[in-house]
Design a protein around this ligand. Structure first.
Ligand SMILES: *[C@@H]1O[C@H](CO)[C@@H](O)[C@H](O)[C@H]1NC(C)=O
Ligand SMILES: *[C@@H]1O[C@H](CO)[C@@H](O)[C@H](O)[C@H]1NC(C)=O
Ligand SMILES: *[C@@H]1O[C@H](CO)[C@@H](O)[C@H](O)[C@H]1NC(C)=O
Length: 326
């Protein structure tokens, strides 16, 4: 049998004393590397998600199938309400979140929405939008995902993040409203919050939020409608919740012909709003999120890369908190 020659790093690790190889993750069962599906019971249903594990061959604890040596952050990536089957592959193609998770060494979870009976739409039931089977509780799904992470993954439970597109953006906002103590940050893309749910959102723990929304979004209008808050209202809601005051001066973090990202660091969390022009209902910087008109999500020169930006934002906020504590 031919064995590949290990690279110098692996040889160096083999030379270390045995003690150095044990880690805080060694009690976790091995899992393969890459992307695969997991099914868990939620209420009276079985729900599925794609799990991406971040380790590479020479980075695991004894097994080349994981676990990692130290606890890793987790990002949950909720797809939009759509019929773009396969929904998970489509969401990854649009967002490339697993690709960034690989670069950062994080776990990524891409849940599969329940299918609305008779209609080929998969999605979430959340604050201000119902998509998917009415019998499913997608807040409970999130709670069960947390239990799964805690029991099966060597996850850093103080660093669980939620992002998502459209209905998935609504769900990320809603989880921020109702589950802030479980989340280190959220990044809703082209989402909102139902006006009926304002009171569930305007009080509670703060958290780090970065939103992405285009003024030319025709599906989830930037300026809101009778049932959904406008993006400026959503941003204001998070600023109030994080205790922003007049001294928390907005800072521009990305400025181009198509995008302006404005950030305020406040008492209980940082709020950033990336507003685009010219883009439809899309994941900025993504391959394509276009529905009605194919090609309408073609990236424009200057668009913020939402995925790269949210990872950098969360990482930067985490580092800042570490140095505040030190
Ligand atoms: C996970 O399941 C979804 C939906 O059932 C499917 O589209 C996707 O390709 C699966 N992922 C993997 C890695 O098998
Ligand atoms: C869920 O999966 C388990 C294990 O495969 C199975 O025994 C059970 O019948 C499933 N439940 C539903 C509601 O499909
Ligand atoms: C920050 O959060 C704490 C705990 O939830 C709360 O007591 C405090 O009032 C908040 N600060 C501001 C400025 O909102």
């Amino acid at each position: 049998m031919h064995l590949p020659t290990p690279p110098p790093l692996a040889l160096a690790l083999l030379a270390l004393p045995a003690l150095a190889l044990s880690s805080s993750c060694s009690s976790y069962a091995p899992l393969p590397s890459g992307s695969f599906n997991v099914t868990i019971p939620v209420g009276s249903s079985n729900r599925t998600f794609e799990l991406f594990t971040p380790w590479s061959e020479f980075e695991c604890d004894g097994y080349c199938v994981g676990p990692p040596r130290d606890p890793r952050p987790v990002v949950i990536n909720w797809h939009g309400c759509n019929a773009h089957v396969p929904v998970v592959a489509y969401q990854e193609q649009v967002s490339r979140v697993e690709q960034s998770a690989a670069d950062y060494g994080w776990y990524a979870i891409t849940p599969v929405g329940a299918r609305e009976k008779g209609i080929d739409q998969f999605g979430w039931n959340t604050y201000g939008i119902k998509c998917g089977s009415v019998f499913e509780d997608d807040f409970d799904f999130f709670d069960k995902l947390l239990e799964y992470m805690e029991n099966e993954l060597c996850a850093d439970m103080s660093r669980v993040y939620s992002t998502g597109f459209s209905t998935g953006g609504f769900h990320s906002n809603a989880l921020g409203c109702s589950r802030a103590s479980k989340l280190a940050g959220i990044a809703p893309v082209a989402g909102s919050i139902g006006k009926l749910y304002t009171s569930s959102c305007d009080e509670g723990e703060g958290l780090d939020v970065v939103s992405f929304h285009s003024e030319d979004d025709k599906t989830v209008p930037y300026n809101g409608n009778f049932e959904w808050h406008s993006q400026p209202e959503v941003t204001k809601l998070w600023e109030d919740r994080n205790g922003c005051d007049l001294l928390d001066i907005p800072r521009i973090t990305h400025l181009s012909a198509t995008t302006r990202c404005t950030q305020r660091s406040c008492a209980n969390g940082t709020v950033e709003d990336c507003t685009l022009i010219g883009l439809d209902h899309c994941w900025p910087g993504g391959r394509s999120g276009g529905f009605e008109t194919p090609g309408s999500c073609k990236p424009q020169r200057g668009d913020v890369d939402a995925t790269a930006h949210m990872f950098a934002f969360w990482e930067e906020r985490w580092q800042a908190k570490q140095s505040e504590r030190a």
